[in-house]
Structures are given as C-alpha cells and as structure tokens.
Design a protein around this ligand. Structure first.
Ligand SMILES: C[S@@+](CC[C@H](N)C(=O)[O-])C[C@H]1O[C@@H](n2cnc3c(N)ncnc32)[C@H](O)[C@@H]1O
Length: 175
C-alpha cells in the first residue's frame, strides 16, 4: 500500500483484502461494523502474520482520538456507507496534521452513457443493498478540508483513487 506509514486506520476493512499490501513497519487498526467479516479478516491476518487490531465500529463515528493517526485507508466502502460526508469528516478528524488519507472507490463515470447505466443500476442496488455507483468521494474530501495531492480515474472513469493530506495549520507541529 503505497504511501502508508506509522499509525494506520483502515475504515470498513471488511474481510481484510488489503492486508497483504501493507508494509511491515506500521501499526494497523481495522474497523468495520460487520463482525462476521471482521472474523474473516482476523483469520487472514493470522495466516499472513500481519499484526492488526481489528474492531467492530461505525465509520460515521470512529472510536479513535482526534489527530492520532498517520494514515487512513478506505477502499470500495464509501459507496455503501450511509453518510459518506460524515464518514470522510471522521477520517479527517482522526488524522494528524500532515497525515494522509488514501481512498479508492467506484464513482460516477466520466462518460455520460456509463453514468446512465449506473443510474439504472442504482434503482436496484440502492434499495436492495444501499450500494451507490454515482458518488464522488472527492467532493467529501475537499469539504473536509483535506488537500488532494494525487488522484486518478480508470476503468471508464468508474474507479477513482485519491490521496489527500491534512493541512498543517500555522503554529501547529507536524509529527
Ligand atoms: C465492499 S466492502 C469493502 C471491504 C474492503 N474495504 C475491501 O476493499 O475489500 C464494504 C465494507 O464496508 C463496511 N461498512 C459499510 N458501512 C459501514 C459503516 N457505517 N461502518 C463501518 N463499516 C461499514 C461493510 O461491512 C463492508 O465490509
């Protein structure tokens, strides 16, 4: 996981598919509200020999102190979290000044025709599973006051990867 360092929180870690990609020298907390998925993540972490503190919790109300985390990771989950605005605000809250947010998600396509298909798919996926295809976490990241340092879109523009940092305020110390 490029750009990941120090104290890391993965929000909505699910079954831990990202676990093999973390560098060895981090301290990882993984949070998800689905206990059975976390149990699979526990097993995966044990098999990989990855140290991870996995906790049941809500992405919209993280049980993590303000400004205590170097890197927050969240992949393919903001599409299903009921209030992505609150979730990203929580991610920003727990980051230290200078800390980094790494996001990947499926988003509204850059092509109008594909967005039309996504809109139709949402007629089923939203009521059935709370799954959105046309969100843009980028807007939530900017609204949370983070500085986007890198972003790329691929697969017809439906997948977007974002890296953003929490600004260091004047007089504040970057740790
Ligand atoms: C599609 S899975 C992605 C899992 C993982 N991030 C990955 O990339 O493989 C979405 C995850 O979001 C979790 N989730 C949804 N809403 C949540 C919430 N409010 N708080 C915590 N986890 C949530 C689900 O339980 C599920 O594990």
């Amino acid at each position: 996981m490029h750009g990941c360092a120090g104290d890391v929180v993965e929000v909505a870690i699910g079954t831990g598919l990202n676990l093999p990609h973390y560098p060895a020298a981090i301290r990882l907390v993984g949070i998800d509200h689905n206990a059975p998925m976390l149990a699979i993540a526990e097993q995966r972490a044990a098999e990989l020999g990855v140290g991870a503190d996995l906790r049941v919790g809500d992405a919209e109300a993280l049980d993590v102190p303000d400004g205590s985390v170097d890197t927050v990771v969240c992949t393919f989950s903001l599409c299903g979290i009921p209030d992505p605005h609150r979730a990203v605000a929580e991610m920003a809250r727990v980051l230290r000044p200078g800390g980094r947010l790494l996001l990947a998600d499926h988003v509204a396509s850059s092509y109008a025709v594909v967005r039309g298909v996504q809109r139709l798919a949402e007629l089923v996926s939203v009521p059935a599973a709370g799954e959105h295809f046309r969100r843009r976490p980028l807007h939530e990241v900017e609204a949370a006051g983070l500085e986007v340092t890198h972003r790329e879109r691929f697969t017809l523009g439906i997948v977007e990867r974002i890296s953003a940092t929490k600004p260091v305020a004047r007089g504040e110390v970057r740790r």
